[in-house]
Design a protein around this ligand. Structure first.
Ligand code: MG
Length: 395
């Protein structure tokens, strides 16, 4: 049976992995839609390879260039901007929308796809971090049960596979693993001097720049704790994080009788994508990791003193309402400022903490409420970040 697939964020790291898997699954997958933010030339190359019926280019200036270039030919519908993205995600005749968009920009597309009855393979964790309450409003409280949301984040895919059909009442806790990033052993006082290039050199996973920096600060794991809370319907005190530098164990479930289950695999995003695209069947993939060749798997508690973003994200998740959206937006801007060299590495979490402190959390009743919180947090972070708050945040 062939499945019609739309890949959002097709020119990014997740998009490349998704199209690798689509190629591998051959006849079982038909690519019917692709999107990018601004990289329209790369998108045109993908479109000539995959021949989708429609593509969306989120950046409108890029869309105008693409249209003028004629690079997409006559047969492809060329959709523009955020509305074009939503139209692509909700329109046509796709079975699965794989959302590989980076950041909060992915939320509207997830809501549109789910609203149109499409199954969503979710790599855009911000859809749940920022919009978890709205997604739950579309899908109902137990958002996994209807099978409309397929987790693609490796940790969540692992736990989803382990839980398969079991009741969360039988789960004592779930555990997300974190690699610990490139600064796992870096002393606190040296973190102020680390460069973007050092932060971008992830020891195990090969990913896009935003998530790689988030892995170095552990903000990524904090976002994943919030994502897990919404996906699995578990309270925060039953979601733990353990640092596991080899990135072989992706997630664990401790059952109420003390049995601990783990999922193991090479750190390769194609694995959770393969699982999601073939679900509920199993695809034919590469062999499992060779256990005898592993040099040893180690686990340690995360250091919340050196990596405060993890605790900040968890606290934002627990506060609920607009707080996770504010944390996420502040972090997106702070990461961009760090990559531009405008602020230091510890300032990323420092800025998130300061912006959260200034925010009066309120309930989420609509996408507009979230968008306003997101906009406020971005502005606030930019303004605090441009004042170079090093003394305040590096203390
Ligand atoms: Mg992950």
């Amino acid at each position: 049976m062939s499945r019609r697939l739309i890949v959002l964020g097709a020119t990014g790291s997740i998009g490349a992995s998704a199209l690798d898997v689509a190629a591998e699954l051959g006849e079982r997958i038909e690519v019917v839609g692709l999107s990018c933010n601004g990289s329209w030339r790369e998108l045109a190359a993908l479109a000539s390879r995959w021949r989708p019926a429609a593509v969306a280019i989120a950046d409108e200036a890029a869309w105008r260039e693409a249209r003028a270039s004629g690079a997409f030919g006559e047969e492809v519908r060329l959709l523009a901007g955020a509305t074009g993205l939503v139209e692509l995600a909700a329109g046509g005749d796709a079975d699965i929308v794989l959302n590989g968009i980076v950041g909060a920009a992915g939320l509207e597309a997830t809501l549109a796809a789910l609203g149109a009855g499409r199954r969503v393979a979710l790599a855009n964790k911000e859809s749940l971090v920022v919009g978890g309450e709205l997604v739950a409003a579309v899908l109902g409280r137990r958002i996994l049960e209807r099978g409309m949301l397929l987790p693609v984040d490796s940790e969540h895919s692992a736990i989803w596979q382990l839980l398969a059909g079991k009741r969360t009442e039988e789960v004592r806790r779930i555990i997300l693993t974190a690699s610990g990033g490139p600064f796992r052993r870096t002393p606190a006082e040296a973190l102020a001097r680390v460069t973007p290039a050092q932060a971008l050199a992830h020891p195990t996973w090969d990913m896009g720049p935003k998530i790689t920096i988030d892995s170095a600060t552990l903000a990524n794991k904090g976002l994943e704790v919030i994502e897990a809370h919404h996906l699995f319907g578990l309270p925060y005190e039953r979601i733990d994080v353990v640092v596991h530098p080899q990135s072989i164990v992706h997630g664990l479930v401790e059952w109420t009788d003390g049995a601990l289950f783990a999922e193991l695999g090479a750190p390769d995003m194609r694995a959770p994508i393969r699982t999601a695209l073939a679900w509920p069947e199993r695809a034919i993939g590469p062999p499992a990791v060779a256990l005898a060749e592993l040099s040893g798997l180690t686990f340690e508690a995360p250091d919340l003193h050196r990596f405060p973003a993890l605790a900040l994200a968890r606290a934002a998740g627990q506060a609920g309402g607009t707080a996770p959206a504010v944390f996420n937006a502040a972090n997106e801007v702070a990461v961009a400022l760090f990559l531009e060299g405008a602020v230091g590495f510890p300032d990323i979490a420092g800025l998130c903490g300061r912006v959260l402190d200034r925010h009066a959390t309120h309930p989420v009743d609509s996408l507009a409420t979230l968008m306003e919180a997101d906009r406020w947090a971005r502005e606030e972070t930019r303004s605090l970040g441009s004042r170079r708050p090093s003394a305040a945040t590096r203390s």
